[in-house]
Design a binder for this molecule. Structure first.
Ligand code: ASP
Length: 429
């Protein structure tokens, strides 16, 4: 069995076990299921796995980006890759939220609904655009790395890589050292992925066991519309972008991204998924490291199509419940704010709601309204994170193709990078 099949199996079993625990009501605190399974084995194995992924993120991004910059060798090409990725990320996010606003307001979700929020949600002010821009440059790279702040780490790595190139011959030993370190880090991703099917099972079983299914029923309209738009964006919009801009097969893309989407789904974190996305994009989709090492971590931070869709649907839903007419200007502000908010916010679990509070402050919607959707956000966060990382992968492929940095035979080989081999003897051979 290859890794994709194993991971999908882990997910399916996780959903079944989680549902059984949830529906039989055996997850009440104090019961052995709750203490030893959901908060015991599932919690421990799942959290250890997420930690292991997070452990790889910063060193992997640093080493792969430095060796990626060295691999490009041409600073102009680097600039082109950067600007293409940035523009595509902004455009796809804007399309995502516009689709969400259009469909949600067309369907009039939340109209005539009488709901009072009983959960407490305190929002956050949006950081100013100037501070977002200033903070791209780290005053202390070690502190940025320790905090896992992606944009400053990316910035430092690129400048480091460019300087390494400029030093030339004298620094050659450093470039080969970094290249070897990059390979070691990629091997660590493979090692950790070997346990992924079990960890995915634990993470999903726990999440489903803890879902408030009765809440899901009350908010069915919101949940269904949101999931519908997310799927539409994933399977229609993004695939059209891929086909039109690269000419490559969307079917191959969808097939090869499945297991990575399961990682995003089970961890709810684009950031924690970076190692897996990077591995898939390079080893399964054939994007050269010089492009992927930049586009993947950059996308995990600034590109959040799924999160933007949630913001669009939630804005319409809550505006309708509170009888607020946003008007055309309101909608445009929502689009602009969501795109801006996504640039400065990292892809970690639940951050979408914080971004939503920034949007609400701008358009004058009551922040307490977010309390209404709080209870169902756990599941939706899982789904939208899978959409977020798929957007990163599409843009990576498109940019790589346009710059001649895509290995099409890898893209078209159904088995490329799908076998996890962690045998020491073989690695030595
Ligand atoms: N969890 C999402 C991500 O990591 C962000 C969010 O929508 O909350 O991409």
């Amino acid at each position: 069995m290859n890794i994709t099949v194993k991971v999908l199996l882990g997910m399916a079993l996780g959903i079944i076990v989680g549902l059984i625990i949830n529906l039989t009501g055996s997850n009440v605190s104090g019961t052995w299921v709750n203490s030893y399974l959901t908060n015991g084995v599932f919690h421990i194995v799942g959290s250890m796995f997420v930690n292991a992924l997070k452990m790889l993120v910063v060193p992997l991004v640093f080493f792969s980006l430095v060796s990626g910059v060295c691999g490009i060798g041409d600073i102009r090409l680097l600039g082109r890759i950067g600007s293409k990725a940035f523009i595509l990320y902004l455009i796809t996010t804007a399309i995502a939220i516009a689709t969400a606003l259009f469909i949600a307001s067309g369907l009039g979700i939340g109209e005539g609904m009488n709901a009072v929020s009983n959960a407490n949600f305190s929002g956050k002010e949006a950081p100013s655009l100037s501070s977002v821009i200033i903070n791209i440059v780290p005053s202390n790279p070690i502190s940025a790395m320790a905090k896992g702040e992606m944009l400053p780490v990316i910035f430092f790595s690129i400048v480091f890589g460019i300087s390494l190139l400029m030093v030339g011959k004298k620094a050659e030993s450093v470039s080969s050292f970094v290249e070897a370190l990059n390979e070691i880090m990629m091997k660590m991703v493979t090692v950790i992925m070997a346990v992924a099917p079990y960890a995915v099972f634990c993470l999903i079983a726990k999440a489903i066991a803890n879902l408030g299914l009765d809440l899901l029923e009350q908010l069915l309209g919101y949940v269904l519309v949101l999931i519908g738009v997310l799927l539409f964006h994933l399977f229609v919009t993004l695939q059209i972008v891929l086909k039109v801009m690269s000419g490559l097969s969307p079917f191959t893309f969808i097939k090869k991204m499945r297991s990575t989407q399961v990682f995003a789904f089970s961890t709810s974190s684009s950031n924690a998924t970076i190692p897996v996305t990077l591995r898939t994009v390079t080893e399964r989709l054939g994007v050269k490291n010089s492009v992927a090492s930049f586009t993947v971590p950059f996308g995990a931070t600034i590109n959040m199509d799924g999160t933007a869709i949630m913001q669009g649907v939630a804005t319409v839903f809550i505006a309708n419940i509170y009888n607020v007419d946003l008007g055309m200007m309101g909608y445009l502000t929502v689009i602009l704010m969501s795109v801006l908010a996504s640039i400065g916010t990292a892809g970690v679990p639940g951050v979408g709601l914080i971004m939503l509070s920034m949007v609400f402050t701008q358009v004058g919607l009551p922040i307490e309204g977010i309390g209404l959707i709080l209870g169902v956000d756990r599941l939706l966060d899982m789904i939208r994170t899978a959409v977020n990382i798929s957007g990163d992968a599409v843009v990576s492929v498109v940019v790589a193709k346009s710059e001649g940095q895509l290995n099409e035979s890898v893209y078209n080989d159904p088995d490329a990078g799908n076998n996890i081999d962690v045998h020491l003897e073989k690695a030595n051979a």
